[in-house]
Design a binder for this molecule. Sequence first.
Ligand code: ITT
Length: 197
Amino acid sequence: MKLLLATNNAHKAQEIRAILKDSFTEIVTMRDAGIEFEVEEDGLTFRENALKKAVETLAFAGDRFDAVLADDSGLCVDALDGAPGVYSARFSGEAHNDAANNAKLTKLLENVPDEQRTARFCCCIALARRRLDPIVVQGEVEGTILREARGENGFGYDPYFYYAPFQKSFAELSAEEKNAVSHRKRALMLLSEALHV
Ligand code: ITT
C-alpha cells in the first residue's frame, strides 16, 4: 500500500510517518513524488477542506498511489464563535503571517475575561482510498488564549495557546511534548485505529 501525503510540510510528514509506518509500505510527500498540485481550500469546515484535498489529489496522482492523506487544521476560539477556524492561516488577510494573526487574535480578545478565553486546536485528516470509502477523523486539544506570548517553539498560534495539563503554552513545549498531545497526533491515532479494525 503506497500512501501519498498531500503536504510538503516536512514536520507534518515526519509525524505522520512515525504513526502510520506499519499501515503502509511506502509514505511519500508530493515533493518526493515530483507531483505539483494545489487544491483550493475553500470549504467552510476542516472536514470539507481535508476531504476535498485528499480526493482531488488522489484523482490527479493516478494509479501510482493506493491512498492520499490530507489534513486541515486551525484554532477555534469560543468567544469568537469558533473563529479563526478554517481561516486560521489567513486570519489577518495575509496568508501565513503568524505575527499579524496573533496580533489580531489578542486584540479581539482584549476585553474577554480569563474564564471565557477557552479555545481548541482542531485537526481533520482525510484518507482518500482507491475502490474504498474515504476515512475522515478529527482530533482536538483544549486550551485557553493567553494575553501575552510565551515561549519560542512551535509555530502559528502556539505562543498564545495555554495548555493547562502542562501549565505551559504550546510554544514552551519541546516538539516531543507537543507531538504527544497535539490535535494532529490525536487525529493520527484515530486514523491508525480506523485502519486496523
Ligand atoms: P499546509 O500546507 O499543510 O496546508 P498550513 O500551514 O496551511 O499547511 P494547516 O492548514 O494545518 O497548515 O494550518 C492552518 C493554520 O492553523 C496554520 O497556519 C496555523 O496558523 C494554525 N495552526 C494549525 N495547527 C497549529 C499548531 O499546531 N500550532 C499553532 N498553530 C496551528
